[in-house]
Design a protein around this ligand. Structure first.
Ligand code: PXG
Length: 439
């Protein structure tokens, strides 16, 4: 059990990820327990989870079925090698995931995180073109303000400046589409913005510059999450799809946050009616309980590899923990909960109530934009001059003190609650948030 009395010296050894270590360790915030919509601190304070942990605990915390499945699996078989060997749960989980996916995306490669899923998808794209005799297709196109994890592939195609600038060595041959965020045109839009579909046409310009024969894939998040919740303009994703198809370029949707019901459909591809060639996922795959990610690939991509001698390994890629039995057990139990409780379409039913709640914050001090889609919300705050991020960070700390967990990035507050959220939680969440914003 977590001790509430960790002293300053005990906090030192753990180098915390994406954290201001000195600031945190001077004033730590700890969680010790979680159930349903809530966390509890070591001293027993209840905190409403407004972000599903970190966009991952979609079915809510402490699901008994997952606990039991994981315990049984670890006792039955703790580990099995994934190369040239298999175990049943891996095949079962792949089939369950395929059932949620749009037709044609019917093969699943397992990883351990979103970052690994992105790396895997980029590598599959390169090897796919090569297998088809188009080995000159090596360039990737990402997008400004994209987030695709922290591997070298992901930061290269990503567009988060701080995640890139300290790490000069990146993939060569990467270009970026412009981001679609524009407060002048789209501030306070409910749902998908009307303005901005034409920004997809920038892809034509990039293709004209490099020639399609040199471009392997385009990767985007259907809804950009980490850089502040940027909704795709109406028609934008369809346009990207058309341009990719026209030029033989693979389209990869990074659905690490939009996958598993965040928008009210199992995947954003279905929600937007745009089918990519690959989908990367993680987070909600196991309800966050055990690390796991995956890449879904189209039949066409998979089939392109299934040539040559039968004894030849088709893809020289994989991880020691690909399809780990314990992760598969968590994943299978998670899919059963999603199916039984209809969770992957539940966001549809609460989306209007959620949207009203988000937009009820209009007019509060320093709120310069409000955005919503499915069970995602964003509140953009006017930065304090000369102190970017400070206003939102302050809101984050004060929300935590009031018993509410939010996520902030720059001066944007992001909300993505567990999909089990009820109206009373929505009221509580936005009541607390309004108090925080009022100062
Ligand atoms: N792609 C996307 C779209 C993500 O959102 C990753 C890849 C990387 O996944 P891993 O499992 O390697 O972390 C992510 C991760 C935030 C936040 O504040 C979001 C993520 C990670 C950390 C913070 O919104 N998403």
């Amino acid at each position: 059990p977590m001790s509430a009395q960790l002293d300053r010296a005990q906090l030192e050894a753990f180098w915390m990820p994406f954290t201001a270590n000195r600031q945190f360790k001077a004033n730590p915030r700890l969680f010790a327990r979680a159930s349903g919509m809530h966390y509890w601190t070591p001293d027993g304070r209840q905190v409403l989870d407004g972000v599903a942990g970190l966009w991952c605990v979609n079915a809510g915390h402490g699901r008994k079925e997952i606990t039991e499945a994981v315990s049984l699996q670890i006792a039955e078989m703790d580990y099995a090698p994934p190369f040239q060997m298999g175990h049943p749960a891996a095949f079962e989980l792949a089939n369950e995931v395929v059932k949620w996916l749009p037709d044609g995306l019917d093969h699943v490669f397992f990883t351990n995180s979103g970052s690994e899923s992105v790396d895997t998808a980029l590598k599959i794209a390169l090897a796919y073109h090569r297998a088809r005799g188009e080995g000159t297709r090596t360039r990737f196109i990402g997008r400004e303000r994209g987030y695709h994890g922290v591997g070298f592939g992901g930061i290269s195609v990503g567009g988060m400046v701080n995640n890139r600038k300290f790490f000069a060595a990146q993939l060569p041959g990467v270009d970026h589409l412009p981001h679609t965020h524009d407060l002048k045109h789209n501030a306070f839009t409910r749902g998908e913005p009307e303005w901005g579909a034409h920004l997809a046409d920038e892809l034509e310009r990039i293709v004209a510059l490099h020639d399609a024969s040199n471009i392997a894939a385009v990767i985007v998040e259907p809804v950009a999450g980490s850089t502040g919740v940027l909704m795709p303009p109406k028609g934008y994703l369809k346009r990207l799809r058309e341009i990719c198809t026209k030029h033989g370029i693979l389209l990869i949707f990074d659905e690490v946050i939009t996958g598993f019901g965040r928008l009210g459909a199992p995947f954003a591809a279905e929600y937007f009616g745009v089918i990519p060639d690959m989908i990367t996922m993680a987070k909600g795959l196991t309800n966050g309980a055990v690390p796991m990610g995956a890449v879904a690939a189209s039949r066409q991509i998979y089939d392109a590899f299934m040539h040559g001698p039968e004894g030849a390994i088709e893809l020289f890629h994989g991880y020691t923990y690909s399809a780990h039995p314990v992760a598969c057990a968590a994943g299978l139990a998670t899919q059963q909960i999603y199916r039984r409780d209809g969770l992957l379409t539940r966001a549809r039913d609460v989306a209007d109530y959620w949207a009203d709640a988000v937009h009820s914050l209009k007019g509060l001090p320093h709120v310069i934009d409000l955005r919503n889609l499915g069970l995602i919300g964003a509140i953009e705050l006017e930065p304090i001059p000369g102190k970017p991020s400070a206003r939102a960070y302050d809101a984050f700390v004060r929300a935590f003190e009031k018993g509410l967990l939010i996520r902030v990035t720059g001066d944007i507050i992001a909300l993505s609650p567990p999909l089990i959220i009820e109206k009373q939680h929505i009221d509580e969440l936005f009541g607390k948030l309004a108090d925080v914003l009022k100062g």
